[in-house]
Design a protein around this ligand. Structure first.
Ligand code: NCD
Length: 539
């Protein structure tokens, strides 16, 4: 559901009946207890970077109010708020807290939930794409989707596809925005509303998880924030994240020991090693790497620090020793309950209005088209390397990486598909190319090439002349959904100040092609949207 995101002023009020909502709330709780912010109405929740400081604070207050209702015996006082609303949970990866706390929130607001937890028993086992599975959940009359998926950027894609709001429950090692919001709510609650000047330590695996990324970016909205961390290089804070945080005014410091961090922070945010995202690395390797970074009673002793953890704790590694569970430092179970308050508040704000989105079976055409073709000038309009197997109509796949020719031609398998395939390398230029009478390579063909040899130049040959020429760009993040050929996600980029970013995983992209001129590069960059523009879903 991309109609209402990023730009709050575009919030549509068409389905919103203020009087009816007010009436409904008055029956159950006082208006002072439950205030709403229309900027969350039907909004996708994809990245914590889409939230303003005010919105984060608003959700903290809304979460606190849910906590107060709970503590004053009014858990079910909003039991009619989401009557007849249904949440669809789509969990491609394991989850205990995220999925069940959303369900609890829904239940206490009088709504329902349905979905899958693990792909066993779903048509994902029959190679159904994310696009098609998400579309089914819209066709099934759900009001909101909460999804978790192993690929970075898969949640932005789901939000583009769906005509109902989508909440990111974790996409690969990218983001987990509602975890960040509940973490911030926990800090806010334990610090009596203070977030400016907060000092947070990070430990465990800062590199392969999504919670550290989202939480640290959430904290970057506040003033005078310090982040300290201690971990092995392999598990340390990614450079791109540290740079981003520093550019947002966060002080980021690396310490050599956990105790050095503990001494200087208000909260220590421990995380589990994300073994599922480290192919080839064994539990034993990680246990050795983490040995001196585990949290045990001597590490917290004498410090006024609260230990947080998104959970689960890996009981074999025991990154938090069980004895810490019984010390005043332990705050991770409080944090887990704040997950219910935060998600209940968020669902209430998103869906607590009249009306619903009717499904009509159509997808926006733009979901089939990328903006990743960097046009190049056609000098002389004559086919280069004419001496080799002239083709009158077809395609030249040019400027392949040295040594990649065999792999690319094998992967394209042109001859078995009934097309010609001539491979050659011009020795002095050492850039291999392929000539084929294939008239228009498909997006899947182009992705296949770009995965093996980044940024190929594609010449469309018509009537013996070059009719069009472009460099095909593909996000360089190995875990980005745009790189999975059969998901058919059209690569899209946007401009973010001076940087170019992937629309889906939001990683920065740098053009490496030495063939495209600076002018060609800058005019492609100028043609990009200046942000993640909403997809116009048919109303
Ligand atoms: C985290 C996740 O899945 O990203 N857990 C959670 O949502 N509470 C962290 C983890 O699995 O390590």
């Amino acid at each position: 559901m991309s109609l209402i995101r990023v730009n709050q002023s575009s919030v549509t009020m068409s389905a919103w009946s203020g009087a009816a909502i007010l009436f409904r709330f008055l029956k159950t709780a006082t208006v002072a207890e439950v205030s709403m912010n229309t900027s969350f109405c039907d909004r996708d929740i994809i990245s914590i970077t889409d939230f303003s400081r005010e919105e984060i604070l608003h959700l903290c207050e809304a979460g606190q109010r849910m906590a107060t209702l709970e503590k004053t015996g009014k858990r079910n006082s909003l039991r009619d708020a989401l009557k007849y609303r249904t949440l669809s949970y789509m969990f491609y990866e394991p989850s205990t807290r995220t999925r069940t706390s959303f369900n609890t929130g829904m239940r206490e607001l009088g709504g329902r939930y349905d979905g899958f937890s693990g792909t066993e028993g779903t048509s994902v086992m029959k190679s159904e794409t994310v696009r098609d599975t998400v579309t089914m959940m819209c066709a099934n009359h759900n009001d909101v989707i909460v999804m978790r998926h192993p690929l970075d950027g898969s949640l932005q894609w789901a939000a583009d596809v769906a005509n109902i709001p989508v909440i990111n429950g974790g996409d690969g090692k990218n983001e987990h925005p509602t975890q960040a919001l509940l973490d911030v709510l926990t800090i806010y609650a334990l610090k009596h509303g203070r977030l400016d000047g907060i000092r947070v330590g990070f430990g465990g695996d800062l590199s392969h998880g999504r919670t550290v990324r989202s939480l640290s970016l959430a904290l970057s909205h506040f003033d005078n924030v310090t982040i300290r961390w201690a971990a092995e290089d392999f598990l340390g804070m990614p450079d791109d994240l540290a740079r981003l945080l520093v550019s947002h005014g966060v002080r980021v410091e690396r310490d050599s020991s956990v105790r050095d961090v503990m001494r200087q922070v208000d909260f220590y945010y421990m995380t589990r090693p994300q073994l599922e995202r480290m192919p080839g690395v064994t539990q034993k390797d990680i246990a050795a790497m983490m040995k001196q970074y585990r949290i045990d009673p001597p590490k917290v002793d004498g410090f006024d620090v609260r230990v947080l953890h998104p959970l689960p704790v890996n009981s074999e590694i025991a990154e938090i020793d069980y004895r810490v569970y019984f010390t005043p430092a332990q705050a991770f179970f409080t944090q887990a309950e704040f997950g219910v308050f935060l998600r209940k508040a968020l669902l209430h704000e998103m869906l607590g209005h009249e009306g619903y989105r009717r499904y009509d079976g159509r997808l926006p055409a733009e979901l089939g088209v990328g903006n990743n073709r960097l046009p190049r000038g056609i000098l002389g309009a004559k086919q280069s390397a004419m001496f080799i197997d002239k083709i009158h109509d077809g395609t030249v796949i040019d400027h392949l990486a040295p040594g990649s020719l065999r792999a690319v031609s094998d992967a394209l398998d042109l001859e078995n598909r009934g097309y010609s395939c001539t491979t050659a390398t011009i020795p002095e230029k050492s850039n291999p190319f392929i000539k084929t009478n294939l008239p228009e390579p498909s997006e899947r063909d182009l992705k296949t090439v770009a995965l093996l040899s980044p940024e190929p130049t594609i010449d469309a040959i018509a009537g013996g002349r070059i009719a069009a020429k472009f460099v095909y760009l593909l996000c360089a993040n190995a875990n980005c959904i745009t790189r999975v050929v059969n998901e058919d996600v059209p690569p899209r980029f946007y401009r973010d100040r001076d940087a170019v970013r992937c629309r889906y995983c939001r990683r920065q992209y740098s053009i490496t092609s030495r063939k495209a001129t600076e002018d060609e590069k800058s005019s492609w960059i100028a043609s990009l949207p200046g942000g993640i523009e909403p997809v116009a879903y048919p109303d």
